[in-house]
Design a protein around this ligand. Sequence first.
Ligand code: V47
Ligand code: SF4
Length: 388
Amino acid sequence: MTETEDWSGRLLNFRKALTNQNIGSITSLLRIPEDLNEIFRKVADGERISPSEGVMLFEQGELGFLGKLADQIRRRKHGDHAYYIRNFHIEPSNICINKCKFCSYSHHFSKTSWELTVDEILEKVNGQEKNVKEIHITGAVHPDRDIFYYGDLLKKIKAARPYLHVKAYSAVELDYMINKSGMTLKEGLVYLKACGLDSIPGGGAEIFDENIRKDICGMKSTSQTWIDIHETAHSLGIPTNATMLYGHKENYTQRIDHLERLRQVQDRTGGFNAFIPLKFHNTNNAMSDTPVVSVVEDMKMYAVARIYLDNFSHMKAYWPAVGRKLAQVALSFGVDDLDGTINDSTRIYSLAGAGDQNPVMTVSQMITMIIEAKRIPVERDSLYNKCN
Ligand code: V47
Ligand code: SF4
């Protein structure tokens, strides 16, 4: 054997070894951890995952893997459809009895305070195009306004626009106005329904874990009150949404605890329309030293929520909160709904530092976003009936 043959043989072996080693490490990178195999099987078989499996997904699930699982579930429920709605918001006031640390919107933190009169609100309502389907009313917990003020507002909006779906008043606003009136929860909700309340938005849920809740929004209604209000609403035929404020001080176990409490309510009532993860933003509030989470964390949140909440029909990416681009990406991580056109009518997120200072999206922009994500755009009403 010549010296050259010897060297070429050794080089060949070295390359083989190197290749084998690389293949080994690549496969171990790509290999689904043993523990996640069972979750993979459960999702494929349409079975529910447990709380500890939910935490495991957050801790060990690589983003591509989570996306595939979530997308499988979304596709099973909605095929290629992705929803949007023509809607707008009314924020009646930012004067608030509470002082949530994450809030950039209330008069405690924002530089201005406002309270719209009923006439000003009606002017905004009448200024909307006739084909707008939904009004979303939410704001601060104003100390002086009571259930009769809010009930009259509903009646006047319904008189002006009988076919507008009124999604109004978060559980926190409802808790205050109903308590103040001396009515029971049931009486208060029956009264508001009779005035024109069609559904309830998901705000005020924040994070159910009692310790973190006490820390970041201790003055607010308790987690159990939020749940009681939604459950009572469901029992009266008022559908609601659910949210979770994520990406601040909570850990994965606390996120799953929140999802688990929602899943249990949904098992009992079936009254939730959609789940909306709300990304924490840290501008101009008392939590400015808490960094915002990464895009990877955002997509993990959508995907794990989609996998965990097997009894929720819809998963919404609220684009003013997460940003237009990420909302579009979220369509591949379990999301089937992009909320709506908004028409520059909300300040909650622009004040907190989310990208859009003037949140407005035309229908053609929504359609383009959805088509680019390889989905079929479907205009919906508030109850997810198809409009086109
Ligand atoms: O409860 C307030 C959140 C919520 C910040 O039901 C913040 O269709 C992040 O619930 N960073 C109100 N989030 C908005 C809401 C909502 C939005 C869109 C659709 C629906 C629906 C409901 O906004 C509050 C709170 O969780 N929020 N401040 C902040 N700095
Ligand atoms: Fe008030 Fe709502 Fe802001 Fe809390 S989040 S301070 S309840 S406006």
